[in-house]
Structure formats: C-alpha cells, structure tokens
Design a protein around this ligand. Structure first.
Ligand SMILES: NC(=O)c1ccc[n+]([C@@H]2O[C@H](COP(=O)([O-])OP(=O)(O)OC[C@H]3O[C@@H](n4cnc5c(N)ncnc54)[C@H](OP(=O)(O)O)[C@@H]3O)[C@@H](O)[C@H]2O)c1
Length: 336
C-alpha cells in the first residue's frame, strides 16, 4: 500500500506510520516540519502547511492507496482534501474527535454515531469553553465536508472519532500528571472525589484500528467511534495506576470550587476532571468491523512501565503550585 499520513510526527500519526512501515507499506508523511523528524530515509517527507497553497503543489500528480489525516480541523480542510485528492486516493481516513458530540445539543452519554446529526449548542461565553466549542464545531465542519464529497462524488472517506487518547507519547501529558504525583509520594487530589465515569482510548489501538480499516470499501461515507470497553470511575482509574506503580500516595477529594477559590485549576491538576471529555459508545466498530480494543489494564501497565523506564526530563505542566495542593490535601477527605 502507498500510504500518506497527513501529520505523522507527534503521537498517533507517528505510531501509525511506524505500524505501516512494519507492515511493509510505502509511507509518506506530510507536515510543516515543526517537530523533530523521527524517521529515517525509509519514509518520504512532504513539507506543507495543509491550510496553505503549497498543499496543492506537493500533492500534484501524486496518488495513494490510503491517506490518513491527523490534521483536519476545519470545513475547508475537508473540502480541499477531497478536491485535491479526488480520483487519486483509494481510501481517505479522517481522524476526528468525540468532541463532535459534546457540542451537539442534547447528545446522550454514551454517544453513538446516530447521535451526531442535529443542532449544535450555542456559542459559549467563557473563553475556555469557547476554545473547546470551536474545536468541536470545526471538526464537525471538517467531517461534514468529507460527507458531502462522498455523497456528491463518491469520495472514499471514512471518519474515526476518538475520545481522549492515552499513550506513551501523549503530548497533553494527561496520565503523566497523575503518575508524577503518585510517583512522588502524593497526595493526589481528585476534584469532587473523582466519581465520574471515564472512557478513553489507547493511542496504539487507534493506530491499529486505522491500519485495519484501510481499504474497507463498506466504510466509505461512514463514521465510527473508537474507545476502550471499560468505564471505570476516575477514582478507580487513578487507584489502579497507584497499584501498578506500587505507590502509597493518598487519594483525596477536594471540591472544585475550593480549588478555584485558591487559584488552582481543577483540570490542570486532574485532566480527566473537566466537562469537555467525551464518552463514546464503541459498539458499532465492534459489531460491524469486529474491532476489539485491548484491555484497559494491559495498556495502563504498558504506559506505567514506559514512564518508569524512561522518566521524562521535565515534570508535566500543572505542578507549579504543588505546595498549595499538599496544604489543601491535608484537611481533605481521604478516598483511598
Ligand atoms: N490527543 C487526543 O486526546 C485526541 C483526542 C481526540 C482527537 N484527537 C485528534 O487527533 C489528531 C492529532 O493526533 P496526533 O497528534 O496523534 O497526530 P500526529 O500525526 O502524530 O501529529 C499531528 C501532526 O499534524 C501535523 N500538523 C499540524 N498542523 C498541520 C498543518 N496545518 N499542516 C500540516 N501538518 C500539520 C503536525 O506536524 P507539524 O506541526 O510539523 O505540521 C504533526 O505531524 C487531531 O486530528 C485531533 O483532533 C486527539
């Protein structure tokens, strides 16, 4: 297979490119070159900002069996990709997000693919919410442009929607924030007690699923959710990380309002405590495509082992006011 990865140098795109290479495929990556090039000469590199005129230049005369797009964020990105690659791509696989449901008015949790259609929430007032809303609305426009190209001209696009992605290369360093606190003897604050259920996905499994989908014509024009099967509470998830690490750190509950009163952002301390975290139903991919996500415990163990073997040089963000966290934790209810 001649594969083009739009992106390919950060997290899941990188894992996918490696997986494709391992599978004996011919891999080209297209990006702006802002990150260090992790590949040798075995991977062809195209330099372009996909939002700029150079995209047409680098794609001129090229054709691919599969294009995996990790950098589509706006309607225009989907529209141009379909226009430039029409008739020259066997399968176009677009990476989208569970956020497309979070901005949908009244979308249930868990969200199924059938919950996508319909009106979106009004533009929020707060800046933080606005950023998240724009991301979700932009991704919807991107998906919709691809769906239109499929409906009008048979453009062979498939959309894969993923929730928060965990993995060894997570650039948001979400799990790492818990690991860092657990590894240092704690305490770990779970805002409001961590009773909410979480359902994420493992980066390696997203890469495996995308590679598995490539070439499946029955998925053209369709969208699939991808997520782990388990739905632990955040408290259960962090308690499991603690076990895997052998940590004795106390897990404590502090109300979000109290954290904010002290100038602490609950989501910076505990990235899985925010409202903008989708909860997807992955049944369709399982039933129709036979995809099974590996066990949560297996992938968590892998992430913990990697973190221990390769301790990051710099602490993750959100630890700037650790002394205050410790102080607030002293008077807080211990959960475990
Ligand atoms: N991480 C999560 O929790 C999560 C959750 C849901 C959905 N997603 C989706 O996952 C995708 C990103 O995944 P990833 O970071 O793992 O993919 P990746 O392919 O490993 O990295 C992103 C790539 O996109 C390239 N890129 C960004 N903007 C570009 C532009 N304007 N033109 C050309 N290339 C561009 C970056 O390189 P340069 O900077 O050098 O251009 C980089 O290679 C996004 O579509 C995001 O919406 C992520």
């Amino acid at each position: 297979m001649r594969a083009l990865v739009i992106g390919g140098t950060r997290f899941v795109g990188y894992l996918l490119a490696r997986r494709l290479l391992a599978g004996g495929h011919q891999v080209t990556v297209l990006n702006r070159g802002t990150l260090a090039d992790p590949f040798g000469p075995e991977v062809e590199k195209l330099r372009a900002d996909r939002t700029g005129p150079e995209l047409a230049e680098v794609l001129r005369g090229r054709s691919f069996d599969a294009v995996f797009d990790f950098a589509g964020y706006r309607g225009e990105d989907g529209r141009r990709a379909a226009e430039l690659l029409e008739g020259r791509v066997g399968h176009y696989l677009a990476v989208s997000t569970g956020q497309v449901y979070l901005v949908r008015e009244g979308a249930p949790r868990p969200s199924r693919e059938a919950d996508y259609a319909g009106p979106v929430l009004p533009r929020p007032e707060s800046l933080a919410d606005l950023r998240e809303w724009e991301y979700g609305v932009g991704k919807r426009a991107y998906e919709d442009a691809l769906a239109r190209a499929h409906a009008a001209r048979g453009f062979p696009a498939t959309v894969v929607r993923v929730p928060m992605v965990n993995g060894e290369r997570d650039y948001y360093r979400r799990l790492e924030r818990y690991l860092h606190r657990l590894g240092g003897g704690g305490p770990v604050i779970l805002p409001d007690g961590g009773g909410q259920r979480v359902r994420h996905v493992y980066g390696g499994e997203v890469a495996r699923f995308l590679a598995h989908l490539a070439g499946k014509a029955e998925t053209f024009g369709e969208a699939y959710n991808l997520a782990q099967e388990e739905t632990p509470t955040l408290l259960q998830l962090v308690a499991r990380l603690r076990e895997l690490l052998g940590s004795a750190s106390p897990l404590v509950a502090v109300p979000s309002a109290q954290l904010r009163d002290h100038g602490l952002d609950p989501v910076a301390i505990s990235p899985f405590s925010g409202a903008w975290m989708s909860f997807l139903d992955p049944t369709r991919a399982r039933v129709e495509l036979g995809f099974r996500h590996e066990l949560l415990d297996v992938y968590l163990g892998r992430i913990v082992a990697s973190w221990l073997a390769h301790p990051p040089e710099a602490a993750p963000p959100g630890l700037e006011r650790r002394a205050l966290e410790r102080e607030l934790a002293r008077g807080a209810a211990q959960l475990r």
